[in-house]
Design a protein around this ligand. Structure first.
Ligand code: NAP
Length: 259
């Protein structure tokens, strides 16, 4: 399917690895020029080079912490005109409800709620002015069904979800859509880190931790960044203009809900 977005320009936050990189690869395959962000310069340059080589698109890497005001300013200055925004950042650490202090919540809110909101506030006016735009926020399945040890994530991402529900309907008249993609377990560094926590807590091997988690998913496997990226690229396509303010689970059926 021709996604109809060749020649558009996308800003992909936190995109040198994992789900963000999956989105970058799928958008580049659709002919979209990229502004690619992550903190670590080496992995970012490597990803940018591979994307240019494989897809012959322009890729502008910007090494910065997207969760800081200075980082966002650097990314936005380098980005210029942006038609497609994919927001993403590392997730908050796991823990216990009784241990989290105000500062822990402030960090999680900054990274996973207020950063995407700031980026949307900066870029939506340009999209509205041009009469076309796409925003995809990478959130989590924890928005639909809480994961107890990820309470910081549950809280911050739910706040973003509420914001998107209202804002998506305010910008839709201008040809701009905002939707959220909710990953379940995907085979990335983040999943490996969570598996490592289970290995340590339960004294089991990596293979066992992984097999146990895969067994809990109806699809009986972890998702891939390529599958995730393909869904993102479709939401950014010309065909998805009537999908507004949705929260789309990509979790192999793990979240046991009817709707
Ligand atoms: P990942 O494989 O660890 O990749 C994270 C990417 O984000 C890397 O490119 C990393 O590069 C970049 N990054 C992290 N913090 C950043 C920051 N402050 N500023 C700029 N770039 C940053 O993670 P992932 O699995 O793709 O997860 C992406 C998001 O989805 C996370 O919020 C995660 O919690 C959520 N999620 C993932 C899963 C899963 O199973 N994978 C499930 C549910 C939710 P640098 O470290 O160099 O900055």
């Amino acid at each position: 399917m021709d996604l109809g977005i060749a020649g558009k320009r996308a800003l992909i936050c936190a995109g040198s690895k994992g789900l963000g990189l999956g989105c970058a690869q799928a958008l580049a395959a659709a002919g979209v020029d990229l502004v690619l962000n992550a903190r670590g310069q080496d992995a970012l340059e490597e990803a940018a080079q591979a994307l240019r080589r494989d897809h012959a698109v322009q890729v502008t890497p910007v090494a910065a912490d997207i969760t800081t005001e200075a980082g966002r300013a650097a990314v936005l200055a380098a980005a210029g005109t942006v038609d497609i925004l994919v927001t993403n950042a590392g997730g908050p650490p796991p823990g216990l409800w009784s241990e989290w202090e105000r500062e822990d919540f402030i960090r999680a809110l900054d990274a996973n709620m207020l950063t995407p909101i700031a980026l949307m506030k900066a870029l939506l006016p340009g999209m509205i002015g041009r009469g076309w735009g796409r925003v995809v926020n990478i959130t989590s399945q924890s928005v639909k069904a809480p994961i107890a040890q990820l309470g910081l994530s549950n809280a911050a991402r739910s706040g973003l979800t509420g914001y998107v529900a209202g804002t998506a309907r305010q910008v839709a008249p201008h040809g701009v859509t905002i939707n959220n993609l909710l990953p379940g377990i995907h085979d990335t560094d983040r999943a490996a880190a969570l598996d490592a926590g289970v290995m340590q807590a339960e004294g089991i091997s990596r293979e066992e931790a992984r097999a146990r988690r895969a067994a809990s998913i109806p699809a009986r496997r972890y998702g891939t960044a390529a599958e995730f990226g393909a869904a993102c690229a479709f939401l950014c396509s010309v065909h998805a203009g009537f999908i507004v303010g949705q929260n789309i689970l990509l979790d192999g059926g793990a979240t046991n809900t009817t709707l």
